[in-house]
Design a protein around this ligand. Structure first.
Ligand code: PLP
Length: 448
C-alpha cells in the first residue's frame, strides 16, 4: 500500500498560497509535492505523516554528522543561543573557528565568515576583481556557485549569456564558461582573454552536475595558467570542504593550492554559513583592512560559529571520516554491482562520502578516483566504467527518469534522495551498514 502523505500534501497546498512554488529554495519543489519534514533522527527523517526515510539529502551537504548533534555540539549551540543569539560585535568563538580552519587547511592563512555559500562566492569574485583590477572570470559549464549574478551564466567563453532572467546581458559578458576537464579549452580562453581574467572559479569536483571528478592534473593546469597570467585560482569548496579529503578538504586530496577558497555547509555545523579563506595578502583586501567592500549583520554569527567549531573538533577527535568514507565506498561498490547487468548504460559516481547513480555515461575516459587506483586516462575504468567528464555528460543522460520514476519510487521505499539528477547524495556519520543494505535493496528493486 502506498505511503500516506496527506499531511505533506495539505502543507504544500497552504504553502502554495503564500510562497512561490510553495518553497524557499527552488530545488525543494519536488513533484508531485514535497515531503514536509517534521524532524530528523540520526540518518533518518520523519515526515508530517509519520513516514520514516533514510536521508541522503542531508540538508544538501551540511549535515556530515547526521541529524542528531553529538553532545558537545548540542551543548555549544545551546550555550551560544542562551547567552543572546548575536551581538554585532566580535566574539571569541569566531577567532577559535578561524584558527581551526587556518590550522587544518594549509592554503588558508586568513578567513572571513559570511552567511551562505552564495555570499562567499559573491565576495570571492569581488575580491578577485578588486585584487587584480580585472573584470572577467572563468567558470566551468555545469559548475554551481550559488544564486549570484556573475556565475548564473551559460553558453561558452565566446557566447556567454545569463542562465536566468533578471541578469543583464552586459554582466554575463564578463563570465567565460568552459567545459570542466578540458585543458585545451582553458588554454584557449587564457590565450584570448588572459590579461583580463581576474580568476578561475571552480569546484574541485563538480558537485551540482551529478558528481564529476577532475582528471589527473586538471587542477594543476588551472593553477599553472593562473600563475602564468596573473589570475587568481579560486576553489569553491562549499560542498567538498571538510567532507572530501577530511579536515584538509578536497584541495589536500587533489594536492593543489588555491589562492582563495570558498567554504559553506559543514563549516557552520548545520547553521547558515559561508566563508572566504586564502593568502593573507589577498584576504586582507577585504574592507576595512583593504578596499574591497564586504560586510554582513549576521556574519560570524555566534551560534553558527559555535556549531561549526564543535562539529569540526568532533571530526578531529573521532572516526567520522573513516566511517562516512567506508560507507560511501560500500554504496558505490554495491551500486556498481546492481547496475552491472541491470542498467549498464548508467554510471556510479562519487568519492569519499558522496555518491550518485547518473543515468548516462561519458563518451570515454575514466574517473579520477579510479585513476588514483591505477587506471590511466585513455581506457575505461574497470570498476566504475565511463564516468562523466563534464557537466554536459550528466545533463545529456536520461535525467527525466529521475524526477518522474526513480525519486518517487525510492521515496515510497523509504529512501529520501535529492530533487534531481544533478544534486549529490551524502553519507553522514549517523548512517549504518544496515541503512546501506536497505538502500542497495531499493536500488536493486528499481533497476530490476
Ligand atoms: N557553491 C557550491 C559548490 C554549492 O554547491 C553551493 C550550494 O549548494 C553554493 C556555492 C551556494 O551555497 P548556498 O546555497 O549556501 O548559498
Amino acid at each position: 500500500m502506498a505511503r500516506n502523505r496527506e499531511n505533506s500534501r495539505a502543507l504544500y497546498d497552504r504553502a502554495l498560497s503564500v510562497m512561490p512554488a510553495g518553497v524557499n529554495s527552488s530545488v525543494r519543489a519536488t513533484q508531485p509535492y514535497p515531503t514536509f519534514v517534521r524532524k530528523g533522527d540520526g540518518a533518518h527523517v520523519i515526515d508530517h505523516d509519520g513516514n520514516r526515510y533514510i536521508d541522503y539529502v542531508m540538508g544538501y551537504g551540511p549535515l556530515l554528522l547526521g541529524h542528531d548533534m553529538p553532545e558537545s555540539v548540542a551543548a555549544a549551540v545551546q550555550r551560544a543561543a542562551s547567552e543572546g543569539p548575536m551581538y554585532g560585535a566580535p566574539t571569541e568563538v569566531e577567532v577559535d573557528l578561524a584558527e581551526f580552519v587556518v590550522r587544518h587547511v594549509p592554503s588558508v592563512e586568513m578567513i572571513r565568515f559570511v552567511n551562505s555559500g552564495t555570499e562567499a562566492t559573491v565576495s570571492a569574485v569581488r575580491l578577485a576583481r578588486g585584487y587584480t583590477g580585472r573584470n572577467k572570470i572563468v567558470v566551468m559549464q555545469g559548475g554551481y556557485h550559488g544564486a549570484q549574478e556573475s556565475t548564473l551564466v551559460e553558453g561558452d567563453a565566446e557566447h556567454p549569456r545569463p542562465s536566468t532572467s533578471g541578469i543583464p546581458h552586459s554582466f554575463a559578458q564578463h563570465t567565460l564558461p568552459v567545459p570542466f576537464n578540458d585543458e585545451a579549452a582553458l588554454r584557449e580562453v587564457f590565450e584570448a582573454h588572459g590579461d583580463d581574467i581576474a580568476c578561475v572559479l571552480t569546484e574541485p569536483i563538480l558537485g551540482n552536475s551529478g558528481i564529476v571528478m577532475p582528471e589527473e592534473g586538471y587542477h594543476q593546469t588551472i593553477r599553472d595558467l593562473c600563475d602564468d597570467h596573473g589570475a587568481l585560482y579560486v576553489l569553491d569548496e562549499v560542498i567538498t570542504g571538510f567532507r572530501v579529503g577530511g579536515l584538509g578538504c578536497a584541495q589536500s586530496k587533489l594536492g593543489v593550492t588555491p589562492d582563495v577558497t570558498t567554504f559553506g555547509k559543514i563549516v557552520g555545523g548545520g547553521f547558515p554559513v559561508g566563508a572566504i579563506g586564502g593568502k593573507s595578502e589577498i584576504i586582507e583586501q577585504f574592507s576595512p583592512a583593504g578596499d574591497v567592500f564586504q560586510s554582513g549583520t549576521f556574519s560570524g554569527h555566534p551560534v553558527t560559529m559555535a556549531a561549526g567549531l564543535a562539529t569540526l573538533e568532533f571530526c578531529a577527535e573521532s572516526d567520522v571520516y573513516d566511517h562516512v568514507n567506508a560507507l560511501g565506498e560500500q554504496l558505490r561498490e554495491g551500486l556498481t554491482d546492481v547496475l552491472a547487468d541491470r542498467a549498464p548504460e548508467y554510471t556510479v559516481v562519487g568519492t569519499d562520502s558522496m555518491f550518485k547513480v547518473v543515468f548516462g555515461r561519458a563518451d570515454s575516459g575514466p574517473q579520477s578516483d579510479c585513476c588514483s587506483a591505477g587506471c590511466t586516462q585513455d581506457h575505461t575504468c574497470e570498476r566504475y566504467g565511463d564516468c562523466p567528464k563534464t557537466g554536459a555528460d550528466v545533463a545529456d543522460g536520461e535525467t527525466q527518469r529521475w524526477d518522474r520514476l526513480f525519486r518517487p519510487f525510492m521515496e515510497e521505499r523509504g529512501i529520501l534522495l535529492p530533487a534531481n539528477q544533478m544534486e549529490s547524495q551524502f553519507v553522514s556519520y549517523a548512517h549504518t551498514e544496515a541503512d546501506v543494505e536497505e538502500t542497495l535493496e531499493a536500488y536493486e528493486a528499481f533497476f530490476s
